[in-house]
Structure formats: structure tokens, C-alpha cells
Write a protein that binds this ligand. Structure first.
Ligand SMILES: Cc1cc2nc3c(=O)[nH]c(=O)nc-3n(C[C@H](O)[C@H](O)[C@H](O)COP(=O)(O)OP(=O)(O)OC[C@H]3O[C@@H](n4cnc5c(N)ncnc54)[C@H](O)[C@@H]3O)c2cc1C
Length: 415
């Protein structure tokens, strides 16, 4: 039996392991943590073809500089003399052009639609019973300028074949009658779905354990043995593993891991925070993005999750809970009836989004080390693109024709 070592047990690693296992590979997932310290459980759970605009956009740099002076703002870059950060920043600024946004829209739509189809299949499989709803998502705005921008974006979405419609405040009230919103209107992306990411991750882990895969936790990959241009063994702090195939799915730690394979993978960690509140007094029917606050709100049956902020900061920097005050303030401002207290520190989750230098994931087989497949750098879209990425990894492993053109996602595009 062919053996695959998947490094990283977040949504990308677990989805890759799932599809590889189904394709007949003997899979071992190695994770240096206990599978709960990654970015894949406390996120907002959006499965969102609506997000066809990459993180690197023309306005982001000037807006980011303004936000950096406010400790509650949704975006922050911790200034530091770090060559990888400077290198990433230069590449990010180079990518933040209108041409890049336009060129990325179709590839992002295609991989998101493919991934959503994978989730729709996955939820019907025996053993999978994660919460999943295809009720669309509202991108709500307060200012006239953002309303204008939202209407333009809804039009581009429709041109891309996505089901999206601008609703004024009364239109939003018609579909969310039980929740008062202090907004000008919202784009209703009917094309979007959302799920409970903890349940999804648990279901994937249970499937893998039941079907003969090994989940090796608290084990850190430290290096590789190579022979004739191929990886033969994966070295860890607990011993070595033989491998016919290696999948690199190490999220925000991928730059360092790629360097061990002589691959330059510009990537920084973008920390975000979230917390859960009781949904019984707040009967929101579908996810809402609070545009001006950059906050994502997700109803999951009895609970509702509020998440946001993008802090480009070294991993393991102590959390800055002031930023969570910004999330709470925005939520109160958008939902005047909502009774929401600042959560206690122990109830706040945070995770590190793996942010590539151009806002597009890195997915592909390495030309110089062909038995390595890279699947990382999904930034704000790792959950949305998770199942699809996993299936693409299995298609690459099986040397099949891939379901989505991976050209723009090449992991070797930065050299
Ligand atoms: C507040 C917030 C809200 C979000 N909402 C959404 C959303 O609604 N929709 C969406 O699509 N995305 C969302 N995201 C982004 C999404 O969560 C991430 O893109 C995704 O979780 C990344 O998954 P991953 O598997 O690449 O990385 P991770 O989940 O971080 O997993 C990487 C794993 O690799 C392991 N690892 C690293 N180095 C090593 C090593 N040397 N040896 C062994 N193991 C190693 C780590 O321990 C970790 O478990 C959100 C993120 C945040 C912070």
C-alpha cells in the first residue's frame, strides 16, 4: 500500500488525509499540537464563493496604515525588523493591484464552487453529521460609500455567475424579521453556505481513525531525508516515518517547513479572535459580515459566533484582547438589541490564518521534489476551500486530471 505522510492536522491536512484515504493510501497525519491549537476549529465556518476578491487589494495598504493607530481596529501589523515580514510585505504590495484582483476572481470562484460541491457530498456520507446550512450570507454595510461599493461587487458576482442580490434595509428585514439591524443594506450572497467547523473537524478525525489512518499528535516534523530528488523519510522529534508521498499542510508554520525543502513560500500569520454567545435571545437566521467592523457573525443552532481582526504578528505573541473589544463594539453597533458582554479571556479563541503574499493559496506538486504536494496559505478561506483542496491533493497524488486549474495557485510561483 502507498504511504502518505500529511504534515498538519488542520482542516487542510484532515481533508487531504480523508480524500487520500478514500483513494487507497495508508495515511499518517502528524501534528505538533493536540489538534486543538490550530486555526481550523474556532473560525466562522463560511463556505463562501462570494469571497472571490483576494486579501491583496489596491485599497488595503492605505486602509491598513490608518487602522494601525487604533488598538481596537480590525487590522494590525506588529512593526518589527524581520526579513520574512519585509519580503512578504513587498510581495503583498506588488500583488495589491486591480489586475491581480481581476485575474484572481475566476480561479477563486472555481475552487470555492468545487469545494462547496465536495462539502455537499461529504455531509451525506455515513458518519458525517456536522451542522451545514445553505442559506446564503449577508454582507451588511452602514455607510453610503460601502453601499455603493457593495452594489458594484454584487454586480461583478452576478457576472461571475454567482447568486447575489443587493437588498436595502427593508429587504434585509424581510429575510431577517427577528433581528434589528443598524444598516443601510446588505448584499445577500445566496451562493454561500456555512457549517460548524468543530463538528466538521471531529467528523473528519473520526472517519480517519475508523478507516485505518494514524493521527499522530504532539509530534513535530523537524526535517526530511532525500534520495534521488525525492523525500524518503520524514523526521520528527519522536522518530522517523517512511513516505511515498508527503503533503505539507502546516498552515501558518509553512514558510519554515517549506524552507527545509528549499522552497521559498512567502507567508505570515494573521491572528484572528472569536467567541461564542448564546443564540436564544438573538434569532439570526444566517451569517452576517459587519463590513465596517470587519466582523463575521455565524449562527450555529443554539450558539452564535462572533469573530474578526487580522493581526500580522509573530506566533505566540500574547493575545491582545483589546481587539476583541472592537468586535463586541461593532456587534452592538450593528445589532442595537443585542446584549453582548466582553467575553472572559478564557472564553476567547484565537487562531493564525496562513496568509500568502498575494492572497491566493499555495496548492500543487513541487517540480523539484515531485513526491511533495503543498496545500497551504489559504488565509481567510481555509475552511471554505478545505474539502476542495483535500480532493485536489488526492487527485494530484493519483496523477489524475485535476478538477480545478491550479496554475495561479502554484506553490513555486514566488521562486
Ligand atoms: C477569526 C477567524 C475566522 C475565520 N473564518 C473563516 C471562515 O468563515 N471561512 C474560511 O474559509 N476560513 C476562515 N478562517 C480562516 C481559516 O480558519 C484558516 O484558513 C484555516 O483554518 C487554515 O487551515 P490549515 O489547515 O491550513 O491550518 P491550521 O488549522 O493552522 O493547521 C496547521 C497545523 O499544522 C501543524 N503544524 C505546523 N507545523 C508543524 C510541524 N513542524 N510538525 C507538525 N505539525 C505542524 C499545526 O500544529 C496545526 O495544527 C478564519 C480564521 C479566523 C482566525
Amino acid at each position: 500500500m502507498k504511504t502518505a505522510i500529511v504534515i498538519g492536522g488542520g482542516i487542510i491536512g484532515l481533508s487531504s488525509a480523508y480524500y487520500l484515504s478514500r483513494a487507497g493510501w495508508q495515511v499518517t497525519v502528524i501534528d505538533k499540537g493536540n489538534r486543538r491549537n490550530n486555526c481550523s476549529t474556532g473560525n466562522a465556518g463560511y463556505i463562501c464563493p462570494s469571497h472571490f476578491v483576494p486579501l491583496a487589494t489596491p485599497g488595503i495598504v492605505s486602509q491598513g496604515l490608518k487602522w494601525m493607530l487604533n488598538s481596537r481596529s480590525p487590522f494590525y501589523v506588529q512593526p518589527r525588523l524581520s526579513w520574512p515580514l519585509i519580503q512578504w510585505g513587498i510581495q503583498f504590495m506588488r500583488s495589491a493591484t486591480a489586475q491581480h484582483v481581476q485575474a484572481s476572481a475566476r480561479p477563486l470562484r472555481d475552487i470555492a464552487m468545487f469545494s462547496m460541491a465536495c462539502y455537499e457530498e461529504l455531509k451525506k456520507e455515513p458518519g458525517f453529521d456536522f451542522f451545514y446550512a445553505h442559506d446564503g450570507m449577508l454582507e451588511a454595510v452602514q455607510t453610503a460609500e460601502n453601499a455603493h461599493h457593495a452594489q458594484e461587487t454584487a454586480k461583478i458576482a452576478r457576472d461571475l455567475g454567482l447568486d447575489a442580490e443587493w437588498l436595502d434595509k427593508d429587504g434585509v428585514k424581510a429575510i431577517e424579521p427577528d433581528v434589528e439591524m443598524n444598516i443601510r443594506g446588505a448584499t445577500w450572497f445566496r451562493c454561500d453556505a456555512h457549517c460548524n467547523p468543530e463538528q466538521l473537524v471531529q467528523n473528519l478525525e473520526q472517519y480517519l481513525l475508523k478507516n485505518g489512518a494514524v493521527l499522530q499528535v504532539d509530534t513535530e516534523v523537524t526535517g526530511f531525508s532525500k534520495q534521488n530528488g525525492a523525500i524518503t523519510q520524514v523526521q520528527t522529534d519522536k522518530g522517523t516515518y517512511n513516505a511515498d508521498l508527503v503533503v505539507l499542510a502546516t498552515g501558518s508554520w509553512s514558510r519554515e517547513m517549506a524552507a527545509k525543502l528549499d522552497l521559498s513560500l512567502p507567508l505570515v500569520a494573521g491572528r484572528g479572535y472569536s467567541f461564542l454567545a448564546n443564540a436564544s435571545d438573538f434569532p439570526l437566521r444566517r451569517p452576517v459580515i459587519l463590513t465596517e467592523g470587519r466582523v463575521a457573525v455565524s449562527p450555529f443552532e443554539e450558539q452564535i459566533r462572533f469573530g474578526g481582526t487580522m493581526e500580522i504578528t509573530p506566533i505566540n505573541t500574547p493575545p491582545r484582547y483589546k481587539r476583541v473589544e472592537g468586535i463586541v463594539q461593532s456587534a452592538r453597533d450593528f445589532f442595537p438589541q443585542l446584549k453582548l458582554d466582553q467575553p472572559k479571556a478564557e472564553d476567547i479563541w484565537y487562531g493564525y490564518r496562513p496568509c500568502s503574499a498575494d492572497g491566493l493559496p499555495y496548492i500543487g506538486r513541487l517540480q523539484k521534489t515531485p513526491n511533495v504536494i503543498v496545500a497551504t496559505g489559504h488565509s481567510m478561506l481555509g475552511l471554505s476551500l478545505g474539502a476542495g483542496t483535500g480532493k485536489l491533493v488526492a487527485e494530484l497524488a493519483e496523477e489524475e486530471v485535476v478538477s480545478v486549474d491550479l496554475g495561479v495557485f502554484s506553490p513555486e510561483r514566488f521562486g
